[in-house]
Design a protein around this ligand. Structure first.
Ligand code: ADP
Ligand code: MG
Ligand code: MG
Length: 209
């Protein structure tokens, strides 16, 4: 079994649960180098995503991600809402009408997420944003998928790479988003968006395991 409708729904549900459980930590990270709303923003967005899925009852994994992305764009404030929302919509579109995506197909969808975020936010790796977690995660996933690894193995490697990418944001100075207003004072903290991206990738690894 690959990434089917049920797994896609489980991903968004699990993401909502873990982000809720870690809301205070995400908020504290954003309070240090931003405006302290990242936890609340994402809880609101993912709650809307879960509600949208319950209402629309999507029948493919691609549709699940498109519906979730729409909910997030509609309900999430801040920079992260449009970024995550567009990313999920783009990932859903990349899956097309497949009912059960394999590792290569899911890897292409994750690549589409990254492309959407980079197009919208124009952050490069090293700018201390969610791209510092998602970029390495997508590379790790696709390297393994290209070698014929299973979807759970690729997802596990992606989650590990996202967490390593998150840790690597600590010494960086932010060059995008609110944290960039702090200049050198943004050094020494994890980026909140990279932290939430790491949670999303860990949730993906859990539901595909
Ligand atoms: P806001 O900063 O508007 O309050 P959030 O607190 O919800 O929005 O999200 C902040 C996170 O969004 C940052 O930690 C960073 O990871 C991400 N972010 C901000 N701007 C960009 C950008 N241009 N490209 C990619 N990610 C960004
Ligand atoms: Mg914020
Ligand atoms: Mg804000």
């Amino acid at each position: 079994m690959g990434f089917d409708t049920e797994t896609a729904v489980a991903w968004i549900d699990t993401a909502a649960t873990v982000v809720k459980a870690d809301e205070a930590r995400l908020t504290a990270l954003d309070a240090a180098i931003g405006d302290g709303d990242h936890g609340a923003n994402l809880v609101r967005g993912l709650t809307a995503a879960v509600a949208g899925i319950a209402e629309k009852e999507p029948s493919t994994p691609g549709e699940v991600l498109v519906v979730a992305g729409r909910g997030i764009v509609a309900k999430t404030g801040g920079a992260s809402g449009p970024l995550y929302g567009s990313a999920l919509r783009r990932a859903g579109k990349a899956l097309g009408d497949t009912t059960d995506a394999d590792a290569v197909q899911l890897g292409a969808a994750l690549e589409a997420m990254l492309t959407a975020i980079v197009e919208l936010g124009s952050a490069a790796e090293g700018d201390k944003t969610m791209v510092d977690a998602l970029g390495p995660a997508v590379r790790a996933f696709n390297d393994l998928a290209a070698d014929g690894a299973s979807l759970p193995a690729a997802a596990l490697a992606a989650a590990d790479a996202a967490e390593a990418g998150l840790a690597a944001t600590i010494p960086l100075q932010a060059r995008k988003g609110r944290a960039s207003y702090l200049g050198p004072r943004s050094v020494g903290h994890e980026d909140p968006g990279a932290a939430s991206t790491a949670l999303l990738l860990r949730a993906l690894a859990e539901v595909t395991a």
